[in-house]
Structure formats: C-alpha cells, structure tokens
Design a protein around this ligand. Structure first.
Ligand code: MSP
Length: 507
C-alpha cells in the first residue's frame, strides 16, 4: 500500500502556486502508482487550529470555526481546478482527528515523556514555531523575516531530548529516510547539536485540542497537526484500514517544515509506539523574482491566475517538468509560455495532429493491426518507447522531470519517424500500401504509449487523446507493465479532434 501525504495547509488564505506545488507532485506520484497497479491512499487537508488561524478569524470578526469553514472551500475548488485525485481530505477540526490526537498524546504521557514546565522565548506566529535567540536572523523569523513575539507561559513539555540518539541511529540505518541527501545532512547536523525539550501545549489559547490529562491546555498546533497522518490512516474510525495502511510510504514537505517532519514527528511516533514513515521527501520553494512568494511583497500567484491560459494540464506539465523536486525553483510567466508552446503546442500537439490526420486521410481512420515493427525506422521508436517506460520510475523518487524527459524523447522520435518514413509519399504508391499500414500503426502506437505515460501528469489530455484513438477505457487504467509497452496498435477507428494544446500567442 502506498500511503502518501502532503502537508496540511493553514487555511488562512487561498492556496497559491507554492502550496499547489507539493500537492501537485503528490497527485502525479499517486497517479503513477495507481497506473503501476499499486493500491494507493493519498491525503491532503488543512491545519485548522492554532494561534495563526485564531488571529485570522479575529481580524475578520468571526469565530475560528466560522473562519475555517469559510476558507476550506477554496482548497477544494483549487484542487478540483488542478485535477487533483486525492483519496482523502482531512480537516483537523474533524472528530476522527480529535479521537486520534488525544489517545496518542496520552500514550506519550504514559511513556513518561511529558512534564510540566515554564516556556519563555521567541515565537513566530506565521510558522507557529518556537525559536531560540540564536536561530533568529536580525532578531526576526528566519523563514518569514517577520517580527517574532516573546511568549511566556506554563506549559507541558515533551522530552524531545530523549530521542536524539535513537533518531540518529534511525537516519543512519535508513539512508532513504530523508531525501535529498542535503536535507538528510541538515537533519543530522541539527540532531547532533543536541535536542532540547519542546513545549507541546498552550494555556493562553483555547482554539485547539484539549490535552487528555489537563483540559485547561490545548495541544500546541504542530503536535496536533503532525498526528493528522495517523488520523487520516483510520486510527480512530477505521482500525482495519489503519493496520493495512500504516506506516506512511512518503511524506512530501517543503524545506521550511523539515525539522518538524524529520526530527519532531519521528520522536513523537517513537514515544507513542508507532512505526516511522519510510520516507520524508523534501522540496525547495517556488520563488518569484528570486524571492519566496508572499502576499506582503505582492508576488503571490494563484493557480486560478494561470489555468485559464494554460489549462490544468498545461499548468501541471510546467511545474512537474521545470521545477526539480529538491532545490528552489523560479517561476516566470515567460518561461511557462515558452515551455507550453515548445513542448505541448509543438512537439506533442503537432505530433498528435499530424498522425491522426494521416491516419484519417489515408485509411479513413481504420488502420489494420499490423504487428511487424521490425524495420530499421521502427527500431528507434521501439527502443525509445522502452526507455521512456523505464524513465517513468522517476516518479517513485519524485523525479518528475526525468519521467517527462523520457516521454518527450519518445515524442521526438515519433516526429522524426513520421518525417523519415514520409507516409505522404508512401500513400502515392499503391505498391507501398503494406508499408504505409506498418508506418501508420507504429505512429499510432507511439501515441497510445505516449498517452499512457503522460497520464499521471496530464490526465485530461491523456484521456482526450485516448478517446481520439478510439481506445476503450482511459489512458491511466493500467497496469503500466502491460499498457506502457510498445506493441501493436489495435484495429479501432481513430478520429481527429480539436487541438489538445492550442498555441499561446504572445502579444
Ligand atoms: N500547516 C503547516 C504544515 C503542517 S503539516 C503536519 C504549514 N502549512 S503552510 O500552509 O504554511 O505550508 C504548507 C506547505 O506549503 C509547506 O510544505 C511549505 O513548504 C509549502 N509552501 C509554502 N510556500 C511555498 C512556496 N513558495 N514554494 C513551495 N512550497 C511552499 O506549514
């Protein structure tokens, strides 16, 4: 079972292209595993408690519950706009979550990992994180570059310090636990500096989940938020599923929440006696003009700003092809237009038009199912298709670019194949009718394989192409080991359709 998670997002605003990036990678990877034939459970959701949300509600003159209820719809709308296919959407205000958080915190308490203490120090409300004076940059939060607040209260503490050695052992014994390696090294360095116990509750806030042993305090929002991964797996409301589904295959996270996921979360799981996730996969930030996107510097771009021009598929393609999972990536409108026109309108779109046109013009859309693809020209195509299929493994390691590069080599080879075999010449010579059938069949078969291979990234274009090819079911039906292999295009009727990716004219 592939259990895959995104972070749960703060519903303080609409999702932007940065938050959509994590969600999109998770969706493409989930679709890939479904295509392979694996059972998948992919989850996203919202992180509704905490001071940040309570303050946003207060600023808008509504209760926190009213506030989150008014925002959550934007997440559903955005994920639908981008063709996301999640199995679950969790809200931390749900019963199933409270019924998971309380027993898990109780387990940590029973393990002797919780004690009462006094907390005083800098707190960044935007991160919902405690900092030490040394971690601040010019006295400000290192992530948001905003003023921190000094918080001082009697809280419950979690004995994080107890887990340093066990965490280091786990990281050493499981090289795949944190990826990429740069992030793994960062985590090792952080743990080696020594972990300090961390406040796990708030007494000055009521917008949260009460501690089971002290209902005058609520759980610190990260202690409740991280547990969402256990809640969504069915811990309290579907224990049979939980047994099947736990532990997580991969948590996808941005680099700003690395420590919470790679250091705090495993310690909490160890304390609560649950297995650790197989992997924490960490990506960088999407930058606009070299800066992390933010509302305050007016660089915030929403998916709804881009989808009307590029379509959901064009959007998905760009971010999965041009942003490598790991380092920071820069967003630019010009870059997105260039990529769309070059790869989607030209390479792929023209190939589809051309091949369907000739199949319809020369054979009325009915190309016989010839299986002989042994000619020298076809050999290149068959080999490139096999490499493209192999490159799709990149999805298992979040290397979406690698997977797409492979498919684009196939489209390049198919374009070259059509040029080299020149069906328009073959069609003029009745003696070449058999060769024309072979060529048309191989060209259509490349489109069929291409539709399968792009389906995790561009599900809608893949299915439109599938329908034009006259094939039954959908391009993503799988299993990939069968449908992704270059064979014989079946004797069906293909039709021409509207261009999949009309060119974007730049004024
Ligand atoms: N609520 C916490 C996560 C709790 S998970 C148990 C949170 N929420 S968030 O909405 O602030 O951010 C969620 C994710 O969005 C993070 O992984 C963060 O890295 C990502 N991004 C936010 N802005 C981003 C960019 N500009 N670029 C890429 N990802 C960014 O943190």
């Amino acid at each position: 079972m592939i259990y895959l998670s995104t972070p749960i997002y703060y519903p303080n605003d609409r999702p932007h292209i940065g938050t959509a990036y994590t969600t999109l990678v998770a969706d493409a990877v989930a679709r890939y595993w479904r295509l392979v034939g694996e059972e998948v459970y992919s989850v996203t959701g919202v992180d509704e408690y905490g001071l940040k949300i309570a303050r946003a509600a207060e600023d808008h003159g509504v209760t926190p519950q009213e506030w989150v209820d008014s925002i959550v719809g934007h997440f559903h709308e955005t994920w639908a706009l981008l063709d996301m296919s999640f199995d679950d959407f969790i809200r931390t205000t749900e019963e199933r979550h409270r019924n998971t958080v309380q027993p898990l915190l109780q387990r940590m308490y029973d393990a002797g990992d919780v004690y009462k203490g006094h907390y005083e120090g800098p707190y960044c409300v935007a991160c919902e994180a405690y900092y030490t004076a040394e971690q601040l940059v010019d006295g400000k939060c290192p992530v948001h570059k905003r003023q921190v607040e000094i918080h001082s209260e009697d809280n419950w503490f979690f004995r994080w310090s107890r887990y340093g050695d066990r965490l280091l052992e786990h990281v050493a014994a499981n090289p795949e636990f944190i990826t990429p390696d740069t992030r793994r090294n960062e985590v090792i360095g952080f743990i080696q500096q020594g972990l300090e116990d961390i406040s796990m509750s708030r007494s000055s806030l009521s917008w949260g989940i009460p501690l089971p042993w002290d209902d005058s305090q609520v759980a610190y929002v990260w202690f409740d938020a991280l547990i969402n991964y256990v809640s969504a797996a069915g811990f309290s409301d579907d224990p049979d599923r939980f047994v099947k589904q736990w532990p997580v295959w991969a948590h996808l996270v941005g680099k700003d929440i690395l420590r919470f996921h790679a250091v705090l979360w495993p310690a909490m799981l160890m304390s609560a006696g649950l297995a650790l996730p197989r992997q924490i996969a960490v990506h960088g930030w999407l930058l606009v003009g070299g800066e992390k996107m933010s509302k305050s510097n007016a660089t915030q771009i929403l998916p709804s700003d881009l989808v009307p021009t590029f379509g959901a598929d064009g959007y998905r393609y760009h971010f999965l092809r041009d942003v490598s999972f790991g380092p920071d990536g820069n967003f630019s409108w010009e870059g997105m237009v260039d990529r769309y026109n070059a790869d989607l309108a030209n390479d792929f779109g023209n190939l589809v038009n051309r091949v369907l046109n000739i199949a319809v013009s020369y054979r009325g859309g009915n190309v016989p199912a010839v299986s002989d693809h042994g000619a020298a020209e076809e050999a290149v195509l068959v080999a490139t298709a096999a490499e493209a299929l192999a490159a799709l493994d990149g999805f298992a390691e979040f290397r979406t670019k690698q997977a797409l590069d492979g498919v684009w080599r196939l489209f390049g080879a198919a374009n070259a194949f059509v040029e080299a075999t020149a069906p328009w010449h073959l069609a003029k010579n009745p003696e070449m009718a058999g060769r024309l059938d072979q060529v048309l069949n191989a060209a259509l078969e490349s489109l069929r394989v291409g539709a399968v291979l792009i389906s995790p990234v561009m599900p809608s274009a893949a299915n439109k192409l599938w329908a034009m090819l006259g094939l039954p079911g959908g391009a993503g039906d799988g299993p990939l080991a069968t449908t992704g292999v270059f064979g014989t295009f079946p004797a069906v009727t293909v039709t021409k359709g509207d261009p999949l990716f009309p060119r974007i004219e730049v004024p």
